[in-house]
Design a protein around this ligand. Structure first.
Ligand code: ADP
Ligand code: MG
Length: 391
């Protein structure tokens, strides 16, 4: 059914249709087809759809369509967990209002120049995209007022309702009018999310697009038994063999990211990193370089695992296995986006075996264990075993 839904059939305005055309989008994705009408009709929703299936526009389009540009009030906020994602969502929303110059969007996030954000807020934006800490900061200084808000969006909702953010998010939502529409999107949702959601939403509609058929990200997943510094050698061999020009490498700890980046830089020309200890200006520079195809390997902590959409990331490497199950999906979901195909490689030490099995089971992922043959080509471990038996 959703195959036949067109942007026109969703009753979108001319400027938005025009913008979508300019963005090269020919038809709504399934999550967009299902949620655009609901959000536009004012329903509270909890939406779950796989990575890379267009959730930003699924909330962005109805937000923009329902705005009243003639009013000066702040009408919608979008909360997200990282500064990079905040920038990206803002860019995506700006693309949608390209032919709608009356709409104003501002983005506020930590680590960036406060005064510039104050100036932007003084211009009465209709939509503010924000990380929670900085938004609260502006609220407490009286730079922003949520008293006339219509809609609050939580992107990466499960992350926003976890320990690290929940207190801030509660304070923000508590400052909005009681009848504010609360809209939540993520690729993963937990029981805890539903519990908190229940407090802030009224008769919320759950929308789920299953990771099946066309909606399943095309990510070939591999497990490589390897440990210690051998992992870097293996990774470089795979990158060389497959001629990858754009990969992301994830590690759990900042210190691992830093060390690995330094070691990689000595072996491969184009490597840089992203982690929470870096000044924001540098983080922005690295992200820009990666987006502009001027960086082949980006090594990052999970700060880059959620939501980041860089076209044509060919492969993701899990240098170590993620601390939390759902992070596996978010990390590998940086590739295989918008119907493209990607690959994900996870290094597994002996002691990771059971943890990784758990992660794969929990995330319903299918991964093939691969080993290197004598010519340093990757082959399925199962084939190697078969050969051994035949010999
Ligand atoms: P998600 O939030 O679900 O992970 P994004 O919103 O980041 O996904 O979108 C993933 C990619 O798909 C982006 O590059 C976006 O431009 C593209 N995209 C979104 N909607 C459409 C569409 N209707 N048609 C084609 N591409 C789309
Ligand atoms: Mg997203």
């Amino acid at each position: 059914m959703s195959q036949e839904v067109t942007f026109e059939s969703l009753n979108l305005s001319e400027p938005t249709l025009h913008a979508l055309e300019a963005m090269g989008f020919t038809a709504p994705t399934p999550i967009q087809a299902r949620t655009i009408p609901l959000v536009a009709d004012g329903y509270d929703i909890i939406a779950k759809a796989p990575t890379g299936t267009g959730k930003t526009c699924a909330f962005g389009i109805p937000l923009i369509e329902c705005l009243n540009p003639d009013m000066k009030d702040l009408q919608a906020i979008v909360l997200c967990p990282t500064r990079e994602l905040c920038e990206q969502i803002t860019t995506d929303l700006r693309a949608l209002i390209r032919f709608n110059p009356a709409i104003r969007i501002a983005s506020v996030y930590g680590g960036a120049n406060m005064q510039r954000q104050v100036e932007a807020l003084k211009k009465h934006p209709h939509i503010v995209v924000a990380t929670p800490g900085r938004l609260l900061d502006h609220m407490s200084r009286g730079n922003i007022w949520l008293g006339n808000l219509y809609t609050a969006v939580l992107d990466e909702a499960d992350e926003m309702l976890k320990m690290g953010f929940i207190k801030d998010v509660r304070r923000i939502l508590n400052a909005t009018p009681g009848d504010t529409q609360v809209v939540m999107f993520s690729a993963t949702l937990s029981r805890e999310v539903m519990d908190v959601a229940w407090e802030y939403q009224h008769d919320a509609i759950e929308v789920q697009v299953a990771a099946e058929g066309d909606n399943r990200p095309h990510i070939n997943q591999y497990i490589i038994p390897s440990s210690g510094s051998q992992r870097m050698e293996d990774m470089l061999d795979i990158i060389r063999e497959e001629d990858y020009r754009r990969v992301m490498v994830f590690a759990n700890m900042k210190c691992t990211v830093k060390q690995l980046t330094e070691r990689l830089q000595k072996r491969h020309g184009s490597v840089d990193c992203l982690h929470g200890d870096m000044p924001q200006s540098l983080r922005n520079k690295v992200m820009a370089k990666f987006r502009e195809n001027k960086l082949e390997i980006l090594v990052a902590t999970d700060v880059a695992a959620r939501g980041i959409d860089v076209e044509d990331v060919e492969a993701v490497f899990n240098y170590d296995i993620p601390d939390e199950n759902e992070y596996y999906l978010h990390r590998i979901g940086r590739t295989g986006r918008a119907k493209r195909t990607g690959s994900a490689y996870t290094f597994m030490t002996d002691s990771d075996k059971f943890r990784l099995r758990d992660i794969l089971k929990y995330t319903r992922s299918d991964a093939t264990t691969m080993i290197f043959d004598e010519n340093r080509h990757l082959i399925p471990a199962a084939d190697a075993k078969k050969d051994e038996k035949e010999e």
